[in-house]
Design a protein around this ligand. Structure first.
Ligand SMILES: [Zn+2]
Length: 330
């Protein structure tokens, strides 16, 4: 299939970080608004995008430090969210779940409420201009204390009506495995919040198993499940969805080459899957590129798009509307 054919197909994305998806052009706009000077393009670009010799998730995550100082006001967050929707619209993504940590944009005094509302407002403007449906997922951060991470769950409950549909646990998985967050998982369960957890990105199948046992409905990455038939069977039995991010996994060395990527194994096993960019800007990718990497047929893309929609945290009404858009496309 050609790049253009894939680009035209209606697509769904469930795993997209707001702060990892800011283009250089948008970053320059944000710097101007903040009245902050950026180094020359070449230098910014070197820090914004992952290096070819990246060796780990921890070093991949360093790229986020470039954009953080420019996302500390309401206008910047609104522009960043709107820009992500514009990028999604350009490749016919009809529904996207955008994730971010409200705790990382408070450096210049914004409240969590202002942060979440600013992102919501950018997404809403994106919907009005491009027709792309979206919802928000709030990230609790590995390394933050329990009380802070519990507050993220509280915000997810408080801002449900403006499109917060779930909570994630993101950050350095190797240093902070899910078993360190048992109390946090229990709190999410108590508050009936949808959980998607970054797990199996750093070689540990146990982290995927623990996340499922602790209440995750979806797993971000899940790459280390490769070769673990029992765990794959658990996913099917409990209808656990895996948000796969091929390019990101290659860059963080979750896999050494694309030949090792377990997409086909998971697909053949019948696991519910989605394909995602993770971070468009950090990973220098698009959803069209991710699909092209996998070299599959239109039928496979359509099946996975429908599986992704089913596993999304959208309302049943929204799912029905979007399903019609996918199945009526020709
Ligand atoms: Zn991620």
């Amino acid at each position: 299939m050609t790049f253009q054919t894939i680009k035209r197909l209606p697509k769904i994305e469930l795993h997209s970080h707001l702060d990892g998806s800011i283009s250089l052009a948008t970053l320059k706009k944000l710097a101007k608004i903040a009245g902050k000077k950026l180094p020359p393009d070449e230098e910014v670009s070197r820090n914004l995008h992952v290096a070819a010799n990246c060796q780990s998730l921890a070093s991949y995550l360093k790229c986020f430090e470039t954009v953080m100082p420019f996302l500390q006001n309401e206008e910047a967050l609104k522009i960043a969210a709107y820009d992500l929707i514009a990028q999604a619209a350009d490749e016919n993504i009809i529904y996207i779940e955008v994730r971010f940590s409200p705790m990382l944009f408070k450096l210049e005094g914004l409240s969590e409420q202002e942060i979440i509302q600013s992102v919501a407002s950018g997404l809403k403007q994106g919907y009005l201009d491009y027709g792309v449906h979206s919802n928000m997922i709030l990230c609790a951060m590995r390394g933050h204390d329990l009380e802070t991470n519990k507050r993220v769950i509280d915000y997810a409950v408080s801002y449900r009506k403006i499109g917060v549909v779930g909570v994630d646990l993101a950050g350095d998985e190797a240093a902070y495995p899910p078993k360190m967050y048992l109390e946090w998982f229990d709190y999410a369960k108590e508050k009936a919040v949808n959980l998607t957890i970054h797990a199996g990105e750093c070689g540990s199948a146990a982290n995927i198993r623990d996340s499922i046992v602790f209440g995750a409905k979806r797993i971000g990455h899940g790459t280390s499940m490769r070769g673990h038939q029992d765990l794959m069977a658990t996913c099917i039995q409990h209808q656990i969805h895996i948000e796969m991010c091929p390019t990101s996994n290659l860059q963080t060395k979750a896999i050494s080459t694309m030949d090792e990527y377990p997409f086909q194994a998971f697909y053949n096993a019948g696991i519910s899957l989605s394909i995602n960019t993770d971070n468009r800007s950090v990973s220098r990718t698009t959803l069209t590129k991710e699909w092209q990497t996998l070299q599959v047929t239109t039928e496979v893309i359509q099946k996975i798009t429908l599986d992704a929609l089913e596993a999304s945290f959208a309302t049943d009404e929204e799912k029905q509307l979007l399903k019609e858009k996918i199945t009526s496309f020709d």
